[in-house]
Design a protein around this ligand. Structure first.
Ligand SMILES: [Zn+2]
Length: 137
């Protein structure tokens, strides 16, 4: 499978996240000391500095915090067939903010606070991307 776009590179902190995406689950590390969810995944809690954590499955639901509509792709040869597309900051139910694309909706219909839910798109054998679509569909 050939995929010409830049892809995330899993490392020791993010490997469980990407493995879960391949399994169709959105998993988040949650601090077992204070309960704070960490995203992007990190070894240490930003609230209490504990290294203790467990992986929990997210509801996959959240709301649009902010977004942009990309109309001028860079580099053009890579993204020309994708425009316009939406890049969004999404506040998940678990209290973390994730950057992703919003799909299955016309970009002009995206609004602040819009409920969204995760879907998964396999792009290579190693990487399945978590994307979001409106939750009313
Ligand atoms: Zn903590």
């Amino acid at each position: 499978m050939s995929y010409a776009k830049p892809l995330p590179v899993a490392d020791v902190e993010t490997q469980p996240f990407w493995q879960a995406c391949r399994d169709g689950k959105l998993m988040l590390p949650r601090c077992t000391n204070c309960g704070h969810c960490r995203f992007p995944p990190t070894f240490y809690c930003a609230k209490c500095n504990s290294a203790e954590h467990e992986w929990i499955e997210s509801t996959g639901r959240g709301r649009v915090f902010s977004w942009i509509v990309v109309r001028h792709p860079v580099p053009r040869e890579v993204y020309a067939t994708d425009v316009p597309y939406v890049v969004s900051l999404i506040d998940l139910d678990e209290g973390v903010r994730i950057v992703s694309n919003i799909v299955s909706v016309e970009p002009e219909k995206v609004t602040a606070g819009m409920p969204v839910r995760v879907i998964f798109r396999t792009v290579t054998p190693e990487i399945t991307l978590p994307l979001f679509e409106p939750a009313w569909q």
